[in-house]
Design a protein around this ligand. Structure first.
Ligand SMILES: Cc1ncc(COP(=O)(O)O)c(C=O)c1O
Length: 458
């Protein structure tokens, strides 16, 4: 029988109560899935790069909220910004007027984005930012075709999913939005050929594919895409939801190649890890074509978009990012991490590749034929491609208290995406743990035996 909880009760709920709640009211399969690798701990406190479970154990967070925690968990200045709005009793939602915090955040974004990206629309998530960008591209060009790349991830709402490039997430929801086409990532010729017909509204692309397995394109890809789009009247949408706000070693990844897209999508760390907020920002020309009259200025709206608390968090997050020069920190620390991972790759055949930009780093695993099959008494054999990354993440978490995860569109890759405030000592700890997992290999073996297989049997 369902009951209403008090906040105090909810804050104090035990691991078993949470599991039970998920089993009955949220997602029962997820409980089994996370439980398989003992990932379903109750985490009760978080600060910076660290989180604590209900038993008082401290973990190092190298997942970083899938890129939403560039400033770390609970950054004090972002929390303080939200609290100041609450103390002053600022109206959080009053859509019948204009909001000074939204315009301040929009101008702050214009100040740090590539020159010319000025008009911001605020929403609540990455997928929503992508939806808005895609709609804007159609409205501004009068064309319907949206081109995106294989392996890409743009979110799971209908438009964003239609642009995304992994069949597993798309197939159950077909038919998706008409007019979407995919070409291989990092393939300038395929892009140029498809754009020739001059019927494509927009090419949406991640400067580095995050969920695709941390795929860094060849230098010059984005600049070539910019040129091809400009030649054919196609809008270039840079999806910087994961790569933005310093993650790759520049404030925005398209700045590595001095590229200015027509539209940029943002979310994740825009809210400083405290408030959910997304945005798309476009040039004046694009904005005016899509929404530049009183008749069209409300074509695209969102009830919570631009709410005062989320905008206050965004303003504080940008100030922290700049004052602490987190982009430069990401560049230096990312290089340090990647260089040492390359040494590990030379020593352990289980690692097929290590790659990344700034602190968006991926480790891809070779397929050890039959390894998981052997380890799981045949029960995980067919799933080995899907789960090897998860197994390594499981060993890191359960034996070394380091949180990582595999990438959504390429489960054979684990990402290392810590807050940009991570210390060199913390990076060294992760390198040491990885070495331990690969060195023994038995560590992985033992972990799979004792954890996954036992749970499958039970
Ligand atoms: C590049 C990119 N675009 C869009 C999204 C979707 O963002 P959200 O999960 O906030 O909808 C993600 C999320 O991982 C992403 O990495």
């Amino acid at each position: 029988m369902a009951r209403v909880w008090t906040l105090e009760e909810a804050l104090e709920s035990s691991r078993e109560e949470i599991r039970q709640g998920y089993r009955e009211y949220v997602n029962s399969s997820l409980v089994g899935y996370l439980g398989l690798l003992n990932f379903d701990r109750a985490f009760v406190r978080a600060s910076g790069c660290e989180v604590w479970d209900s038993e008082g154990n401290v973990y190092l967070d190298f997942l970083g909220g899938f890129g939403a925690l560039n400033l770390g968990h609970n950054p004090p200045r972002v929390i303080e910004a939200v609290q100041r709005c609450l103390e002053r009793q600022r109206p959080n939602l009053l859509q019948s007027s204009l909001n000074g915090l939204a315009s301040a955040l929009a101008e702050s974004l214009a100040a740090i984005l590539p020159t010319g990206l000025t008009y911001a629309f605020f929403c609540n998530s990455g997928a929503e930012a992508v939806e808005g960008a895609l709609k804007t591209a159609r409205a501004a060009t009068g064309r319907t075709v949206i081109l995106s790349t294989e392996g890409s991830f743009h979110g799971k709402s209908f438009g964003a999913l239609s642009a995304s490039g992994r069949e597993k997430y798309r197939a159950p929801f077909a038919p998706l939005v008409p007019g979407f086409e995919h070409i291989p990532y990092n393939d300038v010729r395929a892009l140029e050929q498809r754009l020739q017909a001059q019927d494509v509204a927009a090419f949406i692309v991640e400067p580095v594919q995050g969920e695709g397995g941390v795929v860094v394109p060849d230098r010059g890809y984005l600049a070539a895409a910019r040129a091809a789009c400009s030649r054919t009247g196609t809008l270039l949408i840079a999806d910087e939801i994961q790569t933005g706000f310093g993650r790759t070693g520049a404030l925005f990844a398209c700045q590595h190649e001095q590229v200015c897209p027509d539209i940029i999508t943002l979310a994740k760390s825009l809210g400083g890890g405290v408030m959910p907020i997304g945005a798309f920002v476009c040039s004046e020309r694009v904005w005016k074509r899509a929404y530049g009259s009183m008749d069209t200025c409300l074509l695209h709206t969102s009830t919570f978009g631009g709410n005062a608390l989320a905008c206050a968090a965004g303003i504080a997050a940008i100030n922290c990012l700049l004052e602490e020069d987190l982009a430069a920190q990401a560049a230096a620390k990312g290089q340090y991490l990647l260089e040492r991972l390359k040494v590990l790759k030379g020593r352990y055949p289980l690692i097929r590749d290590v790659r990344g930009k700034g602190l968006l780093v991926g480790i891809e695993f070779a397929q050890p034929s039959g390894l998981l099959n052997r380890l799981s008494a045949g029960r995980l054999g067919g799933l080995s491609y899907e789960y090897l990354g998860a197994m390594v993440a499981g060993a890191l978490q359960n034996e070394h208290r380091i949180i990582t995860a595999y990438t959504l569109n390429n489960p054979n890759v684990i990402r290392l995406e810590p807050p940009l405030t991570v210390t060199y000592a913390q990076i060294d700890r992760v390198l040491q743990a990885l070495e331990d997992v690969f060195e023994k290999n038995g560590s992985l073996v033992a972990f799979v035996r004792t954890s996954a297989v036992n749970r499958l049997r039970s």
